[in-house]
Design a protein around this ligand. Structure first.
Ligand code: S3P
Length: 168
């Protein structure tokens, strides 16, 4: 089985994915890392040199590639992955998906500590960040909530979340 972790930036997809894969003795793949290795550039460099449309195409190609392989994996996506093209349909067809639903305040405080790594929010001022995230989440929720399972992550540790996913 392929398990796919979905959620907004800084919702803990990779942290949970690593631990979940260990518990299940499966390989863990982070889609952003996979893209970076393929392109030999960081995500920020891809956005800067080639633009977002190019990034979304590569992201979609890599998603299709990983989900069409035979191997079972735990795969954590980028925050935007389910929201472009046919990606969410591909995810639903080829995996069990889990949406890690995280509140705006939690996302905001995490992103404020590391904005320079995330091209979509690196230009946004601290004051404008909550409004930006609220709008973005409003647009993206429609895709995220199609997942097979939704878990609220606020106030939960990585261990709690892994335990919950294993029960499901
Ligand atoms: C993005 C999220 C990022 C990365 C890219 C775009 C998004 O991944 O794919 O910067 O559109 O939300 P994380 O969710 O791992 O930060």
């Amino acid at each position: 089985m392929k398990l796919v972790l979905i959620g907004y930036m800084a919702s803990g997809k990779s942290a949970v994915g690593v631990e979940l894969a260990k518990e299940l003795s499966l390989n863990f793949i982070d889609l952003d890392n996979y893209i970076e290795q393929k392109e030999q550039k960081t995500i920020a460099e891809i956005f800067k040199d080639n633009g977002e449309i190019y990034f979304r195409k590569i992201e979609s190609d890599c998603l299709n590639e990983l989900l069409s392989e035979k191997n079972d994996i735990v795969l954590s996506l980028g925050g935007g992955t389910p929201c472009y093209g046919n990606n969410m349909d591909t995810i639903l067809k080829n995996s069990k998906s889990i949406y890690l639903r995280t509140g705006i305040a939690t996302i905001c405080s995490r992103l404020l500590n590391e904005t320079n790594k995330r091209p979509l929010v690196s230009e946004i001022s601290t004051e404008k960040l909550p409004e930006f995230i609220a709008k973005h989440l409003f647009e993206r929720r429609f895709f995220y909530e199609k997942s097979n399972h939704v878990i609220d992550t606020d106030q939960k540790s990585v261990e709690d979340l892994v335990k919950h996913i294993l029960e499901f």
